[in-house]
Design a protein around this ligand. Sequence first.
Ligand code: NAP
Ligand code: HSE
Length: 428
Amino acid sequence: MNEQQTIKIGLLGLGTVGSGVYKIIERQKEEMVKKTGARLEIAGILVHNLNKVRDGVDTSLLTDRWEDIINNDEISIVIEVMGGIEPAKTMILEALNSGKNVVTANKDLVAEYGRELLDAAENNGVDFLFEAAVAGGIPIIRPLKQCLAANEMDEVIGIVNGTTNYILTKMFEEGMDFDEALEKATELGYAEADPTADIEGLDAGRKVAIMASIAFHSRVTFSDVYTEGITKISARDINYAKEFGNVIKLLGVAHNTEDGIEVSVHPMMIPQEHPLASVRDSFNAVFVHGDAVDDVMFYGRGAGEFPTASAIMGDVIDVVRDIQYHCTGRISCTCYRETKVKEFREVKNKFFLRMQVDNKPGVLAAIASVFGVHQVSISKVIQKIITDGVAELVIVTEAVKEYHMEDALEYLKDMETTREISSVIREY
Ligand code: NAP
Ligand code: HSE
């Protein structure tokens, strides 16, 4: 090992995560030498707005020209923390093709173009690492690719979006309304620049696509993932969840079954005693089941400046070690199978349905018959009188195929006695 080598880093982005990376590199300056035998030096930082005030940052390093970083031959590691597909994709490909190692937190990019980026890294014999792209500070990519590599994995399920978990926790525990909780999550740096990706389940969908690809050794892209967000969850649903001993969580679910990969993101009622129910605030958790290891659970902070920078820096330290031992590009794409992704309509789930109906004889029997015709088996029914003439009906089903439930709902919606289908939430 070449002691005291200086390894130069180019940082693309200096927002929430980039600032955390900058601060860790600064505060760990001397420790890094002891940890890796090399000195890390930031040689350039790409930003959008050169005039923004950035406390504690050496402004001489800032540039708004990405070529300053990608064409700098002294830089051997590029850290991409800008986000979005373009121009990040072009910059990363340019960096890889010019022999630079790349570390990124960009799940949008990896979930859609992972294969292309990993192929470019492999062709150039460099590292392309993305631990921070899934579940913030929690180590999950490396465990799936390395520590658990001996397993045949069939299940990856978890809470992988800090913003929505924070919102649901505040709604559930403090009765906070959705907008106020989202505002606080944004202030804390958890939410994406456009929080639609968080609250509509797209961010979690990207993370689940990445985890499923690695766990099941077959490429799953974001477009394969069924996604549904938390914007329709109401205080009434939360009250019912409490009454039934449940909590509501936005879950990413991936199964490798005999007839294909199932992959989705949606709110789910889960029993309060389930380990995922106690994952609160911006914390994330991922369950993995492997044939040899059995159940494993990973838990930690899923978003924020330092947790995410921690994952980035773990990758950077790995790259530094690989550079020193001349073995960059060691672990590339691990998708050696081509398993089909099942259509979501064929997946089986249990449902919690809340609807407002006319309160008169025969209505419940007619609804039960619609379910029967569509092969939806009912496990629980509760009826509460809300106002004169209108009853709130809550029905919980057994596990049924998505399309059977969808067909039954279409029919129920059009019944004369149905005032409103208020919510449909899957149950664990
Ligand atoms: P952010 O706060 O919005 O920061 C983005 C940074 O990139 C800013 O410094 C911005 O410059 C710069 N930038 C954006 N577009 C640019 C362009 N076209 N040219 C030059 N500079 C550009 O974002 P973030 O929250 O740090 O997230 C960064 C990445 O990490 C994203 O991929 C995100 O999904 C991922 N991630 C975030 C978290 C989290 O908790 N925030 C957790 C895990 C992963 P200015 O400063 O001049 O505006
Ligand atoms: N917006 C994301 C979240 C950041 O809330 O989990 C981590 O990717």
